[in-house]
Design a protein around this ligand. Structure first.
Ligand SMILES: C[S@@+](CC[C@H](N)C(=O)[O-])C[C@H]1O[C@@H](n2cnc3c(N)ncnc32)[C@H](O)[C@@H]1O
Length: 286
């Protein structure tokens, strides 16, 4: 992606924790830049000055973000259910293998996954402001581990909630319950409450939407693309205009698409090159 270095500004940095938006003050597409520290080079692409994108392992990119600068982390990491599904004799195994071929973290051992998530929580805690919010989607099977890891890094556990899909695929409907829910977990960094724009209304820990529409998939497909309506619900409730939002596992870029429409600044990271390009295309065109 950074093959054409003519357009890229290169900065040598000694201290790899930077106010990234200060590199994009001219609001130009040419504001793409490469940060080069003693042990690694990290390239960020800027779209429109208020959105910074990075293609690679989020753990490497996170170390370049200045401490206490992010207001909301809204993300959807791989649930790492690959090995578990492998051992099961169901027709979902083949489907999952086809769909999750790209997801690097989905087949890790439980131990390696916990190590990766540990670094994710450590860095997320560092970059979030005190009182900032972390909301992540997760399999119910892994929530106890997630809460334990988060507690190590000053995250105050608030809620586990449910997203209900109103029109799930009725797979194997005559032999068991049709899977129609996913869980999300909500934390505040180093405080007991954060931004919560309920505007005097009762907000339930149960969110209901239909599946992602084909209109939202017109630029390409991602196996776990979340509906924009679901993500916009959390952005409006948990952040304010001009806040800095971060999604380290952005997939097809849904968080970024919504953040930009809702006048938030956005930092998005994605490991896979194809999904990275898809998310960029969506942000520039939706
Ligand atoms: C569950 S998907 C996110 C889907 C997203 N919510 C959407 O609406 O499109 C998780 C994404 O994280 C990416 N990923 C996995 N490990 C990563 C890592 N270490 N750093 C950055 N991205 C990673 C995968 O390639 C995948 O696209």
């Amino acid at each position: 992606m950074y093959k054409n270095t003519d357009k890229l500004r290169v900065f040598s940095v000694k201290e790899p924790q930077l106010d990234l938006f200060s590199f994009t003050e001219n609001n130009k597409l040419e504001d793409n830049f490469l940060l080069s520290s003693e042990d690694k080079d990290i390239g960020f692409e800027s779209i429109g000055g208020d959105t910074l994108l990075g293609n690679g392992n989020c753990v490497d990119f996170l170390t370049f973000i200045k401490s206490s600068t992010v207001d909301l982390i809204l993300t959807d990491p791989p649930y790492n259910l690959g090995n578990f599904m492998h051992k099961r004799n169901t027709n979902l195994v083949q489907m999952r293998e086809n769909q999750f071929a790209y997801a690097g973290w989905d087949n890790l051992s439980q131990e390696d996954w916990e190590k990766e998530m540990d670094v994710f929580f450590k860095e997320s805690s560092r970059v979030l402001k005190k009182g900032g919010t972390l909301l992540l989607f997760m399999s119910l099977m892994k929530i106890e581990t997630i809460i334990k890891l988060a507690a190590k890094y000053k995250f105050y556990y608030k809620t586990t909630g449910i997203w209900h899909k109103t029109n799930p695929m009725p797979r194997n409907m005559n032999i068991h319950f049709v899977n129609s829910t996913e869980a999300w977990v909500y934390f505040i960094k180093d405080n007991t409450s954060g931004t919560f724009n309920n505007k005097g209304k009762v907000v339930h820990d149960f969110v209901e939407t239909s599946l992602t529409t084909s209109k939202e998939k017109k630029f390409g497909k991602h196996p776990t693309q979340k509906p924009a309506k679901l993500i916009a619900h959390f952005i409006s409730l948990l952040s304010n205009e001009n806040d800095v939002l971060l999604d380290p596992f952005m997939g097809s870029g849904t968080t970024g698409v919504c953040a930009r429409k809702m006048d938030r600044k956005f930092i998005g990271l994605e490991l896979d090159e194809n999904y990275y390009e898809l998310s960029k295309t969506r942000m520039l065109n939706e």
